[in-house]
Design a protein around this ligand. Sequence first.
Ligand SMILES: [Zn+2]
Length: 81
Amino acid sequence: MPILLRVDRALQLLAEPMDTCERCGGYAKHQVLVSVHKIRLFFVPINLVGSTIYLDRCTRCSRVNMLPKAQAESVLAHSLT
Ligand SMILES: [Zn+2]
């Protein structure tokens, strides 16, 4: 009997604040992204602990860093005000 297992990765843009990049030194737009892995077993979604990752991407040099959840939420809160 085949097991139907599907893994999807969704990448969503949360905010685009302007900031100075520690790699290229330029003042450029940064993208705060959230990456969520979703697993479906026989079409039933399964939520995994720790499957959500927050990323910060510099649009000037394409440097990508992982962000702690609290820092990503802080950036999002400041971009909405
Ligand atoms: Zn950069």
